[in-house]
Design a protein around this ligand. Sequence first.
Ligand SMILES: *Cc1c(COP(=O)(O)O)cnc(C)c1O
Length: 344
Amino acid sequence: MTSATLSIDLSALVRNWQALDGLSDGETGAVVKANGYGLGAPVVGRTLVRAGVRSFFVATAEEGNTLRAAIGQGPTIYVFSGHMSEDTGPIREAALTPLLNSVDQMLRHVEALPGHPFGIQLDSGMNRLGMEPGEWSAVRDIAIAQGPKLIMSHLACADDDHHPMNPHQLAEFRAMTDGLDVPRSLAATGGTLLGPEYHFDMTRPGIGLYGGLPFVDALPVVTLDLPVIQVRDVMQGETVGYGNTWIAPRDSRIATVSGGYADGLIRAMGPKAILFAGDMPCPVVGRVSMDLITADVTDVGHDPVDLQLLGRHQSVDTVAEAAGTIGYEILTSLGPRYQRSFAE
Ligand SMILES: *Cc1c(COP(=O)(O)O)cnc(C)c1O
């Protein structure tokens, strides 16, 4: 097989959700936007429904539609982008719950789908999505009269537990919502770890479910093994790859694996990345190409059948660091070429 295999450990996914659920007294939802952080929203969704998840969050109505087809009726699917003008059909047909971000979205929703469930997204300081305090105070009474299912906001700096933005946003959120008889949600993965005052009625972790920071206790969920296509001897002083960026410091054995930046293996990670042959680290040498990566397997002692990028020895966050990015981007970049194999 020449395409790489992305193995997804569904029991680790469930245990990560259970661990995060155990941190708060309220409901724990699950964020499955961007195709379940690249792993496959239908399988992730079905697995989490079996584990007891009753509320899912997606970015767009299209994602909600796909998820609804996979998980069936029953669980609530919240849509962060709210009710856009093209969304009325999918919101009705897939029974989605838009998180309304503005007065315009609210008017559109109550006109197009009177009586259809919705939630409210408030801006507590991130300035990305949601109603600002002034806007909210103008429509608050009308909105509450319609019976929103959830009022939520999002933290900008929750991955840093000492950041003054966290208590600032908490106070803003409370000022906008205290005393209202509607369930509230403020915390994603980072906020869940900040402590009980951030939990409110529902937490909504994403990255922690999939094994990423800031949930340091997360079990790894993803293993990525790249098949070796060819192995060759390279003499000391010869070069490997585009731009001749690597010059063999000794006679070397170089393996070429299937997988490159078109598969989300970010080109910038080249100089720092490591692949593993069993327990043996094999530095990536030369540039990451579109479909191929070259690694130094001289010290392995035999020609490996495949080399591992993600797994026991290396987390998404370690790879992210080599690429100068975050685990979220590594996961969501994993492309459609991989064979996804799901283990219970
Ligand atoms: C992506 C997202 C989440 C999940 O965040 P994680 O850091 O992945 O846990 C929660 N809420 C909102 C609004 C988001 O955009």
